[in-house]
Design a protein around this ligand. Structure first.
Ligand code: ATP
Ligand code: MG
Length: 334
């Protein structure tokens, strides 16, 4: 049976890149009848790489991220939704996997190389991909829906599973498949300020992203200020016109249209006219989300209950798998 697993960091307010690159697929995948319930994790331990020393903020963002997932359409009756730090097996398995992984491999991770320049280069930031491998392998996941910035980390998880299986002469670890957004999806939404960088929760500039919670006036000023170029036509040429191409991709993904359909629709129109149309589309799409988000946030007890029920369900699976891993590795008496 297939098992979907993915995670989101409570490192900030989710943005449209998170939605189009990952969450949209998470929601679609919870309706696959032939698979086990998908597991979606609020990866707060990962967020500690940027939020150490800010306990109140981390707590609040964990609640808000959970509410965001529910407002986007995740259904706790269909999906297991829980907080990473509530199951200690993740860190335990990360250590076991660290002991079969060379530090050189982690040093080659693109995210480490780029973040090292802007973040405190802590050991946690360096070994973060190991914890992500553990998240995936702990549940013997077969399918991992993520944006394309996570391709390298997923490849690491696949390799680590193979190394584990070779080291312990087993086929226990599953080699998970990457699930990227479909053709009309946007697997890498770019920053509105620097269209060669991906849109990120942790980017310093609020104008680099559109948060799912942004009010219409904020969306408008962010879209109108989005970096394009000195040509006025609407086209998709990511190499030479990254700014406008990013907006075309966002429009296509939110309206379930292909890039060609979007370019055709705006043939002869200016980028300004296109930006206004994109603004109108986003306002409409975000409105439904925001109404639902406000409703959910009024009942913190419900959110905590979702996380607690999810923890119990995830723990059952993690306990069973970890028992076998401890036996295989010689860490238990069996
Ligand atoms: P941070 O800057 O703190 O790393 P983030 O915006 O990258 O935050 P994550 O929580 O790290 O968000 O990622 C959650 C999911 O969203 C992952 O599957 C990731 O691949 C996807 N994702 C993140 N940013 C984008 C983006 N710009 N375009 C498409 N998918 C994205
Ligand atoms: Mg990220």
């Amino acid at each position: 049976m297939r098992r979907v697993f993915s995670g989101i960091q409570p490192s900030g307010i989710p943005h449209i890149g998170n939605y189009l690159g990952a969450l949209k697929n998470w929601i679609a995948l919870q309706n696959t009848e032939s698979a086990l319930p998908p597991i979606y994790c609020i990866v707060d331990l990962h967020a500690l790489t940027t939020l150490s020393g800010h306990p109140q903020q981390l707590r609040q963002l964990t609640i808000e991220s959970t509410a965001s997932l529910l407002a986007c359409g995740l259904d706790p009756k269909k999906s297991i939704i829980f907080k990473q730090s509530s199951i200690h097996h993740h860190t335990q398995l990360a250590w076991i996997l660290s002991c079969i992984t060379s530090s050189g491999v982690l040093g080659r991770m693109n995210q480490w190389k780029s973040r090292q320049k802007t973040h405190n280069s802590t050991l946690g930031l360096f070994s973060y991909p190991m914890l992500m491998c553990a998240d995936i392998l702990l549940y013997r996941s077969t399918d991992v829906p993520v944006g394309d910035d996570q391709i390298q980390h997923l490849e690491l998880a696949r390799n680590t599973a193979e190394i584990f299986n070779r080291t312990y002469e087993t086929d226990f670890m599953k080699i998970a498949e990457l699930i990227l957004p479909s053709e009309s999806g946007a697997c890498r939404v770019m920053s509105l300020r620097e269209p060669l960088e991906k849109m990120s929760k942790s980017n310093q500039s609020e104008y680099s992203r559109i948060n799912l919670s942004d009010m219409p006036s904020v969306v408008k000023s962010k879209i109108l200020r989005a970096v394009t170029d000195n040509e006025s036509r609407v086209s998709f040429e990511p190499d030479t016109r990254p700014g406008v191409s990013n907006l075309v991709s966002i429009y296509g993904s939110y309206s379930d249209k292909t890039i060609e359909m979007v370019c055709q629709e705006f043939e002869g129109k200016s980028t300004h006219e296109f930006k206004i149309a994109l603004h109108d589309l986003l306002i409409e799409k975000l409105y439904a989300y925001q109404t639902e988000y406000q409703r959910i946030m009024e009942d913190k007890g419900y959110i905590l209950n979702v996380l607690e029920q999810g923890r119990k369900q995830a723990l059952e699976i993690a306990d069973e798998n970890m028992k076998q891993i401890l036996e295989m590795t010689g860490l238990s008496y069996n």
